[in-house]
Design a protein around this ligand. Structure first.
Ligand code: PTJ
Length: 214
């Protein structure tokens, strides 16, 4: 979409393009378009800026990720479309493994997401193989024994579901990014960052880098 940078909704429209492109490439589920619209509505309410509270939560998340023994980043179709380069960079800076974990089951999409992340610099991307997340029936119960199953800290952005509670029962600490403070994951996570993921990841990388130099 040819939008001039002077357009008042430029950033928002360009971000929509990323999600639409994600669907066209087979990375993002069609349901991802709806989820994005929900996120946009909340972002509009908070003024499309990272709040002071979110910045505090980002600092806490940086400390927890840095202190983790086996941190993991769970990537779905929306995250892969919106911030592929940044999420790969985050995995290198922590360092943490990347695992594809999607709600709308599709082996083809899992592989396309992994390929997309590799195109953006990821060396290794884990795929879900075994139903190891207890207490849930849907596709998110599948995870990788060397990834989410083994992790002590799980970064699960953009997810309104019951997996967060299930992972907490497995003694894992959960960090999420969600513009909807009322989502189940936002309410359940150990650290919730109410912000747009398109702004959060680069701030989180900056925080982790500054922790390393301290
Ligand atoms: O790729 P899949 O199959 O795993 O599907 C991914 C989606 C996002 C479609 C799936 O996880 C889903 O249905 O999610 P929900 O239940 O709609 O929850 C997504 C949450 O992310 C909602 O609470 C949205 O408000 C929020 N959200 C959407 N876009 C953003 C966001 N939060 C932060 N930044 C965004 N850009």
């Amino acid at each position: 979409m040819a939008v001039p940078p002077s357009h008042p909704r430029y950033t928002s429209l360009k971000t929509r393009d990323l999600i639409v492109e994600g669907v066209k490439k087979g990375i993002t589920s069609q349901h991802g378009l709806i989820a994005h619209g929900r996120g946009e509505a909340f972002d509009y309410i908070i003024g499309e800026k990272t709040t002071t509270k979110a910045k505090q939560q980002i600092k806490k998340a940086a400390v927890l990720l840095k202190a983790a023994k086996h941190p993991i980043i769970s990537v779905n179709g929306n995250v892969a479309a919106l911030v592929p380069k940044e999420i790969v960079q985050l995995s290198k800076v922590i360092p943490a493994k990347l695992e594809v974990n999607i709600f709308h089951s599709s082996k083809t999409r899992e592989k396309l997401i992994a390929k997309h992340l590799k195109k953006h610099g990821a060396k290794e991307v884990l795929l879900p193989t075994k139903p190891l997340v207890k207490g849930i029936q849907h596709n998110r119960r599948f995870c990788n024994p060397e990834g989410i199953a083994k992790a002590d800290v799980v970064f699960v952005p953009l997810e309104d579901g019951d997996r967060c509670q299930a992972l907490k029962k497995m003694e894992k600490k959960i960090i999420t990014v969600d513009l909807n403070p009322l989502s189940r994951t936002a309410k359940e996570a150990n650290i919730t960052i109410i912000d747009n993921i398109t702004r959060t990841i680069s701030l989180l990388i900056k925080e982790i880098r500054s922790l390393k130099t301290k």
